[in-house]
Design a binder for this molecule. Sequence first.
Ligand code: TEU
Ligand code: CA
Length: 558
Amino acid sequence: MKDFGNAVVYQIYPKSFQDSNGDGIGDLNGVISRLDYLKKLGVDYLWLTPVFRSPQKDNGYDVSDYYRIEPMFGTMADMDRLLAQCNARGIGVMLDMVFNHTSTDHIWFQKALAGEKEYEDYYIFKEGGPDRMPTNWESKFGGPAWEYVPSLGKWYLHLFDVTQADLNWDNPRVREELKNVIRFWKQKGVRGFRFDVVNLISKPAVFQDDYEGDGRRFYTDGPHVHEYLKELVRDTGISDMITVGEMSSTTPQHCVRYSNPEEKELSMCFQFHHLKVDYKNGDKWELMPPDRMQLKNLFERWQTLMQQQNGWNALFWCNHDQPRIVSRLGDEGTYWKQSAKMLAACTHLMRGTPYIYQGEELGMTNPHYRNITQYRDVESLNYYQILLKKGKSESEALAILDARSRDNGRTPMQWSDCVNAGFTDAAPWIELSGNYKTIHAQAQTDDEDSIFCFYQKLIALRKATEVISKGTIAFMEQENSDVLAFRRNYGTQELLVWNNLTAEEVTIPMQPSWTDYYRLLGNYEPQTETGKNIVLRPYETIVYANADLKIDHGAGIC
Ligand code: TEU
Ligand code: CA
């Protein structure tokens, strides 16, 4: 198993990245036209969210054919060209494998519905009368996790939308089918894979009601998950490729097993605990200001455990399911630029492989939609109804979506201040954020002080020193909820990082041994040293290095 500590991944949500043919929907040719921008940023891999044939009930996470490209995104020839163009620039493409479930439009499910027993066993069908659901589990998108099929007299499991039927991984034929999908894309020149909710694939032997929660404790990190992952990786020969599993509600112990190279499972995991620190009582649909102490504790706990047991995590704030981080933990107003840079320094300098989600490198914000008609996501539309049924007013429900909707991360990429931010010349499939006239790529790519340039510097820095990709991590200022601070060490090299998470000044005591350290990076003009203390300005990030950490400026910082 290779290590990917030196790599930086950029996530593209093709539907919202760049439209090339004037239908208001981003596509593969659009991605090709922006590769030089990504090369300039300096990323090593592009992760494309699903572009396979799909009825798009969940924007491609409902795959109806794993071997074909969804026409709205282009053709197989476009995909081949994208792979070649990326290859020419030294960028690898990672595809998104949605293997926990398929669309109910998939031929396998259609055959199951038509009564073919062999295909019924591809999914999780349970006997039961029309008014007796097999268990009381809930779908992650709201409502029950089971759907009744009258013609079969059976229920099928769908942990997500009713059109996303869970596959039966206990059936070896299913596992073979999915291996063939990997083999097909690998042979096409794809260089890595992201596995969607892959820790949910192994369901329990016995299905029982959950009186404590929504059922997740029975199928999360299930009984055979490690065995099935090992088999998939071994039989498809992808152990040296970059692979990342999306792990829903997981534990550090499981993530160590998923990602420790000796286990030969995956190169790294996504876990989401740090993105729930503003969920009241763990409920995504109840608002609460972020609990910074909890955020710090989670980072420390995960980073320390993964380090001790040789696990490896992806580092990220944003993706297509998350609201924009600058709107969430930063500041959209006065300290917009500083807070976006500080948040970048947090993820890029801890131990792990950083992921940048499209537009994050520009400090894109939530769009603040005011009307339910502006939302597109199935989860948001379902929950809007659920919230109203629970007694919330329309304006309360809209305020919750404004903070929590997955559409917050799905607004079109802001390329310029032209019509529709240069994303499309038609009506976009989802409305742009109103601030594209000021927040856009064109304004930032050649500005040394921009958020884009700061990301560029962080990426270049990772390549210029081993302390970031290989060093150990230890946390500082543990009692101080306002500052996320840590040190990284590699041999005799040391890097010190302080991040002020607040809009207030924070004073940190200076240790005598740090006086001969030099300031490597920051998001403010350097201030004159006071000697005894470091005063962090609002959302300031400061990175110090010791003399042994020499950066070759030619190769390093831009
Ligand atoms: O997401 C998994 C998932 O459970 C969450 O991100 C989910 O969207 C959120 O927690 C609900 O509150 C993955 C994909 O990233 C997502 O886009 C898909 O909708 C989902 O799986 C189903 O394939
Ligand atoms: Ca298009």
